[in-house]
Design a protein around this ligand. Structure first.
Ligand SMILES: NC(=O)c1ccc[n+]([C@@H]2O[C@H](COP(=O)([O-])OP(=O)(O)OC[C@H]3O[C@@H](n4cnc5c(N)ncnc54)[C@H](OP(=O)(O)O)[C@@H]3O)[C@@H](O)[C@H]2O)c1
Length: 175
């Protein structure tokens, strides 16, 4: 296998106490357990052949304290960075892809409104894929497509966690 892309994912509409526990547990299965199992299945063969890549699709939400979705994506980033270090020098690359808002069926399927998302916040799937492939070729362990979202992530990393959580829950009320 040349490249494994763990892309499957979904959102649950509402705050933690509004979402049924079963739906949150399903999210852990898809965003965490499936990524763990598929990465574990693919890596030994890739390492033996001395080449291959694993792209785990996370989100900019990984850098913001915002319920189960952000928490699972934070796990994806941390897991990917850790395993990328474990296999460094073997010819196998791992990268967590962290897009902002992307035009797909994601929000519609989750029943989330999008009218409060500003136009500047949207990226096309083509752009995300192009930048991700470039970052993978450069050996980056984390890819944040577009300058605007690189800035968002840099700010999120610099702000105190309490301040960030307050801002993110205010944004959450707009859905
Ligand atoms: N769109 C955004 O704004 C955005 C931003 C950041 C990160 N992401 C991440 O990008 C990834 C792709 O999402 P998308 O934006 O392309 O959304 P999408 O258009 O809704 O596609 C979601 C994909 O995930 C699969 N999937 C959903 N729930 C599943 C489940 N329970 N079991 C197995 N497969 C499941 C779907 O398969 P089926 O079609 O077969 O159901 C589909 O291929 C996700 O990991 C998402 O968290 C999206």
């Amino acid at each position: 296998m040349g490249i494994l892309i763990n892309n499957a994912g979904f959102g649950n509409r509402g705050t933690f106490l509004q979402v049924p526990l079963a739906a949150e547990l399903d999210m852990l299965k898809v965003h965490v357990e499936a990524v763990l199992r598929l990465t574990a299945a693919a890596l030994p063969g890739m390492r033996e052949r001395g080449f291959g890549g694993v792209v785990n699709v996370a989100s900019v939400a990984a850098f913001v304290p915002r319920g189960t979705y952000g928490a699972t994506k934070a796990w994806v980033v941390s897991f990917t960075q850790g395993v990328a270090r474990d296999v460094a020098g073997s010819g196998v690359r791992l990268m967590a892809l962290c897009p902002g808002f992307v035009h797909t069926e994601f929000h519609q399927r989750a029943g989330m409104g999008t009218k409060n998302i500003p136009a500047w916040g949207w990226l096309s799937a083509d752009r995300v894929v192009d930048e991700a492939m470039r970052d993978l070729a450069h050996g980056r362990a984390v890819s944040v497509p577009s300058k605007r979202y690189k800035l968002v992530v840099a700010l999120a990393r610099a702000l105190p966690i309490g301040r960030l959580g307050k801002m993110s829950s205010m944004a959450g009320r707009k859905y």
